[in-house]
Unconditional design. Structure first.
Length: 108
């Protein structure tokens, strides 16, 4: 299984597609489909028809975030706030960590 640079909770910028230029937080990553759900104001939304249930007694049409392919997302550098590529290195404790290629800052 391939390792992804993007994980749940990361701040990302959409670099291609309908939501290009939008920033948001990764809510969920679907590794088998190579897609992620990004939560944000300018992110593409889809309409989903729902039946009435306990959580939504009215039912009807709800708007929710669409999945975006991982190749169309880029992690935002914590230092500069701009999109950056990601590298992996071993820290002092011997643990692998992700870091920003632009600033060298470790990404949590």
């Amino acid at each position: 299984m391939t390792k992804f640079n993007i994980k749940k909770g990361d701040t990302v910028k959409v670099i291609a597609g309908e939501s290009k230029g939008a920033e948001g937080t990764v809510k969920k990553v679907y590794a088998d489909k190579l897609r992620a759900i990004v939560e944000g104001a300018d992110i593409k939304k889809i309409s989903k028809h729902t039946k009435p249930n306990a959580a939504n007694p009215q039912g009807g049409i709800i708007q929710q975030e669409a999945t975006i392919h991982i190749s169309n997302l880029m992690i935002v550098d914590p230092k500069s706030g701009k999109p950056t590529r990601i590298g992996r290195k071993v820290d002092e404790k011997g643990k692998k960590v992700r870091y920003s290629k632009k600033s060298g800052e470790v990404i949590a």
